[in-house]
Design a protein around this ligand. Structure first.
Ligand code: SF4
Length: 188
């Protein structure tokens, strides 16, 4: 499947009940050759309106988080586990995640990032396994199927609880240090 086919499939997808109330599907956005791919949970109200990921308050915070490690949206690719908005911003149900998973797999294959950053527990459980928790995944760099997988708190969680920001800052610094190794290797 190429990008056109993937976009077409997602735009018309009715594989789970989240299609019933969506205004727009939200496939993802950013650099399709990115070395770092960020994966959140699902679109919120504003994302559903605009068809773009992370455009609300959480998105503005995500932009600041990226800027803190000298990155912008042009440097990374941003996607979500599910491409349609769960009603009331609830977590996507296991069957909804499962129905949408192939799209995330295809995105990942097409981008072929070096690192996948799970934003929150829903992303970690989907990408790493059902037992994963972001509190345990953050700060780790797990090599799997040719990718390095790590994680940090979802920006929406940081908006709800200021105390998590210190840990998120450490996670971002660790991600930046890890990514710097690629530069060293390519220069060497
Ligand atoms: Fe299809 Fe995913 Fe939307 Fe469900 S959430 S309808 S599987 S695109």
């Amino acid at each position: 499947m190429d990008w056109d086919e993937l976009e077409h499939c997602v735009a018309g997808c009715t594989e789970c009940r989240l299609c019933e109330r969506r205004k727009h599907t939200v496939l993802g956005e950013g650099n399709r050759q990115a070395k770092i791919m960020l994966v959140g949970e699902g679109p919120g109200a504003q994302e559903d309106e605009e068809g773009r990921p992370f455009v609300g308050a959480a998105g503005q915070l995500l932009d600041k988080m990226l800027a803190a490690i000298h990155l912008s949206r042009d440097d990374v690719y941003i996607a979500n586990v599910v491409k349609c908005r769960p009603p009331g911003n609830r977590n996507p149900l296991p069957e909804e995640r499962e129905a949408c998973l192939n799209y995330l797999r295809w995105q990942t294959k097409l981008i072929h990032p070096k690192m996948i950053v799970c934003l929150g527990t829903v992303a970690a459980q989907t990408i790493i396994g059902p037992e994963a928790r972001i509190t345990r995944v953050r700060g780790q760099f797990i090599e799997r199927k040719g990718y390095v997988i790590t994680g940090t708190y979802h920006p929406a969680a940081l908006l709800r609880d200021d105390r998590l920001k210190v840990d998120a800052w450490h996670d971002l610094q660790a991600i930046a240090r890890y990514a710097a190794q690629w530069e060293d290797t390519s220069e060497g």
